[in-house]
Design a protein around this ligand. Structure first.
Ligand SMILES: NC(=O)C1=CN([C@@H]2O[C@H](COP(=O)(O)OP(=O)(O)OC[C@H]3O[C@@H](n4cnc5c(N)ncnc54)[C@H](OP(=O)(O)O)[C@@H]3O)[C@@H](O)[C@H]2O)C=CC1
Ligand SMILES: O=C([O-])CC(=O)C(=O)O
Length: 267
């Protein structure tokens, strides 16, 4: 069997889950051929993981630059870095004919970029797969939106420590529960670039980034994230509520998407 080739951009916690899944033979139809990260050590760590186990005979290369990774012309590039990185790699990857499986869906809050990505994918016979990540239910969101007159809200609860890197943080959040953000999905991803990709994903599946009403609440001592999405039209009221104590669900959702891509039965 000719295996499909994979490359990973962004070799952190979620990329590690994908390498472990390859080693656990959960992705037998795929071979990892290239990795790239901001630091070569991280790229080498992920390559070593598979080279020491499942790919002793077909080693994966740790690349020194994004250009080197793109030149590998992998069938699928997994983006597990950041929305900025997704913006940099999407068009050149698609022009090479590589499809993309992305976690940093926040990059698509920019409508012009989203449209250009769609056109480029179509022109090059490639596809962009938006993974379910830390949420799910894109099917019901898309269906409800298709029926017309749809509204949607996205409410996230997080612990204050996960907000420390953002401007909304102050020490009072350690003791006081507070709504730290209210706005739309476009504004949310601009303020929290690595933490609300899911809100942009849900908006693209329903009412779009500008119409999706988003709130972020900080709760003292809260472990993990809870994302509650409500989609309504005249006939449907759908609630998708996902709690996860870690972000690992997002890495596993990439594994699930890759399995779906090659499956005779598609969910
Ligand atoms: N859709 C969803 O549900 C979710 C999406 N995400 C997205 O997935 C991304 C990865 O998450 P996670 O693995 O937990 O994060 P980590 O911080 O553990 O890993 C991200 C890795 O990407 C690398 N990186 C960052 N920027 C660049 C860049 N411009 N070019 C190349 N490499 C880069 C970092 O490099 P280095 O360490 O080498 O410096 C780091 O190793 C998040 O940033 C977020 O955008 C995350 C959770 C859920
Ligand atoms: O892990 C989560 O709960 C969601 C997240 O970081 C993101 O959407 O970027």
């Amino acid at each position: 069997m000719e295996r499909k080739t994979l490359a990973i951009v962004g070799c952190g916690k979620l990329a590690s889950i994908i390498a472990d899944a390859l080693n656990a033979n959960l992705l037998p139809e795929y071979q990892l051929i290239a990795t790239y990260s901001r630091s070569i050590e991280k790229a080498q760590n992920i390559a070593n993981k598979v080279n020491n186990e499942s790919q002793k005979d077909s080693p994966c290369k740790a690349c020194n630059s994004l250009e080197e990774l793109l030149a590998s012309e992998a069938n699928y590039i997994i983006e597990a870095a950041s929305p900025d990185s997704m913006r940099t790699l999407a068009l050149p990857a698609l022009k090479n004919g590589s499809s993309i499986v992305t976690l940093s869906i926040g990059a698509f809050a920019d409508e012009e970029f989203y449209e250009e990505v769609k056109r480029t994918a179509l022109a090059n016979n490639a596809r962009v797969h938006l993974v379910s990540g830390a949420i799910g239910g894109f099917d019901v969101m898309r269906t409800a939106a298709l029926m017309g007159n749809c509204t949607a809200t996205f409410d996230t609860e997080k612990g204050p420590n996960s907000l420390k890197r953002y401007s909304v943080y102050d020490e009072s959040l350690q003791t006081e529960k507070r709504k730290v953000f209210e706005g739309n999905a476009k504004e949310a991803i601009a303020l929290f670039p690595n933490s609300v990709n899911v809100s942009v994903a849900a908006s693209l599946a329903s009412v779009g980034p500008e119409k999706m009403k988003v709130s972020v609440t900080s709760t003292p001592g809260y472990i993990g994230d809870n994302h509650r999405i409500e989609v309504k039209n005249e006939q449907v009221h759908a609630v998708i509520d996902v709690y996860s104590s870690t972000a690992q669900i997002a890495g596993w959702s990439v594994v699930n998407t890759l399995r779906n891509i090659v499956s005779p039965i598609v969910f």
